[in-house]
Design a protein around this ligand. Structure first.
Ligand SMILES: Cc1cc2nc3c(=O)[nH]c(=O)nc-3n(C[C@H](O)[C@H](O)[C@H](O)COP(=O)(O)O)c2cc1C
Length: 185
């Protein structure tokens, strides 16, 4: 599949409550999107009261149930024009920057890179102090130096745009979809 207009968006969610609701709102407003969940994401979605069955009725959802991350084969079939990872936990970001791909989400990112598919990443732990939505309500989180350093490392990666907030995520998505809609092949 060579024409980007015939391809879909791949969106991966890791096990983060931070801006999970806002990311799901963006996903629900998109057309032509497949969803990929880490094992932790499937748990966390339920903990925040999101209905996985309802999501599955609206779009194709792939869970992390295989050792080899079987759904990555869709990247090699050329099904996707862009990979979005949002929200990305500090765990997923750490694995991504050190080249580890042992979950569906980290594998989708690694294989997207190897297929030269561009990625947009919203890393949760991107400031020394953040307000985050926990199942019990808002809590303060103080990301560690290693978490912040890993986000900086990710910014150096090829074919990767790291966004700092939901507005930047919406804008990066819009820019990408606008570019795709005007590209000739
Ligand atoms: C309710 C809940 C909320 C969580 N929110 C976050 C979060 O915002 N950021 C984060 O880095 N980890 C968060 N975690 C921890 C991750 O789910 C955990 O590190 C998990 O191993 C991540 O796996 P994954 O990166 O493969 O999705 C949360 C855990 C729970 C139970």
């Amino acid at each position: 599949m060579d024409n980007p207009k015939e391809k879909k968006l791949a969106w991966a969610i890791s096990g983060s409550g931070h801006y999970l609701r806002e990311c799901l709102e963006i996903i629900r407003g998109l057309e032509q999107v497949d969803l990929f969940l880490s094992a932790a994401a499937a748990e966390v979605l339920r903990m925040y009261g999101h209905d996985l069955a309802a999501l599955r009725s609206q779009l194709r959802v792939y869970s992390d149930t295989t050792a080899s991350s079987v759904p990555v084969e869709f990247l090699y079939q050329g099904n996707y024009h862009t990979m979005v990872i949002a929200p990305a936990t500090s765990n997923t970001v750490a694995k991504m920057v050190w080249g580890i791909s042992d979950t569906l989400v980290t594998n989708m990112y690694a294989q997207a890179g190897k297929c030269r598919v561009k990625s947009i990443v919203f890393a949760c732990d991107n400031e020394p102090e953040i307000e985050s939505e926990a199942p019990v309500g808002m809590v303060k989180v103080y990301p560690r130096r290693i978490d912040l350093e890993n986000v900086e490392r990710l910014k150096e990666f090829e074919a990767t745009t790291v966004v700092a907030d939901m507005n930047a995520l919406r804008q990066a998505l819009k820019d990408r979809l606008d570019w795709l809609s005007t590209s000739s092949s």
